[in-house]
Ligand binder design. Structure first.
Ligand code: GLN
Length: 261
């Protein structure tokens, strides 16, 4: 069977300040290598909801407060379609500036409160000059029932964070990972990111997916599963280079004990 996927990429011009377009390139290549027909669809302010609804996966990158203030208005106009899709199980990956807009609110560096979409039970606030910016290479260990029991894969994630906003999770949301190195959500409670249904929020740039092929493949297989209403086993790829990049960060940050399933 010839599988197809449509990836919705949120605001490519405004929300890719930190190189998160690498995640799109990664998904595209991993699909092409498996002969999955992949269509990357740019979601902009003039995109109609009916078009968004046809996407099998929604991707959002990071940006600065200024761009976040611009796109939040448009996101609010389309909130019902995103909520309907995520409830239906459509997966998403939102990195840094974009998930900050999906919580209850994001307070910007100059103290402006942007009301969020309320998809995730968390709040994010910037403390201006009172707290340092969270910058650097980072490692997390996947938590809870968030397991990637496919082959002999890592339970670690690696990335590079760069944020002033600090996220505090509410009781109705689970963290994506536990911080092993770096700041994660807020530099205090060791949580990193959040998961709601099949939607991942995280602070890991890098870009994230090329160095974390287990998460890239999880997103692809979940998207196929929701679209085709059955589990679809992905053809394995040679990820030697990808894991080298992953393990390089583990070594650099002196995380020696790498658990594998
Ligand atoms: N402007 C946000 C912050 O500083 C998001 C930054 C980002 O996406 N890396 O927290």
């Amino acid at each position: 069977m010839n599988f197809q996927l449509k990836i919705g990429w949120l605001y490519p011009d405004l929300m890719s300040t930190y190189g998160d377009r690498g995640n799109i390139i990664c998904l595209k290549r991993r699909c092409q290598w498996r002969r999955i027909n992949i269509n990357v669809f740019n979601i902009d302010r003039d995109t109609r909801e009916a078009e968004i609804a046809k996407c099998d996966l929604i991707m959002g990158g990071g940006a600065q407060d200024r761009q976040q203030s611009i796109v939040i208005t448009d996101l609010h106009q389309k909130v019902s379609i995103y909520k309907e899709m995520f409830e239906r199980g459509v997966p998403g990956l939102f990195v840094c500036g974009s998930p900050q807009l999906l919580g209850h609110y994001y307070m910007t560096g100059d103290g402006k409160e942007l009301e969020g979409l309320g998809i995730f039970d968390f709040v994010t606030r910037h403390f201006g000059n009172d707290k340092p910016r969270c910058i650097g290479n980072t490692v997390g260990r996947l938590t809870g029932d968030w397991q990637f029991r496919v082959g002999n894969l890592r339970d670690t994630i690696v990335g590079f964070e760069n944020h002033g906003g600090r996220t505090y999770l509410g009781k109705d949301v689970k963290p994506f990972a536990k911080v092993i190195k770096g700041y994660g959500n807020n530099g205090e409670d060791k949580t990193e990111g959040a998961v709601y249904k099949n939607v991942i929020a995280c602070y890991f740039h890098g870009p994230f997916l090329p160095k974390n092929p287990h998460i890239a493949d999880w997103l692809i297989s979940k998207s196929l599963e929701i679209r085709y209403k059955k589990e679809i086993k992905l053809e394995p790829l040679d990820d030697t280079l990808e894991w080298k990049a992953h393990d390089f960060i583990l070594k650099k940050l002196k995380v020696y004990k790498v658990e594998s399933f």
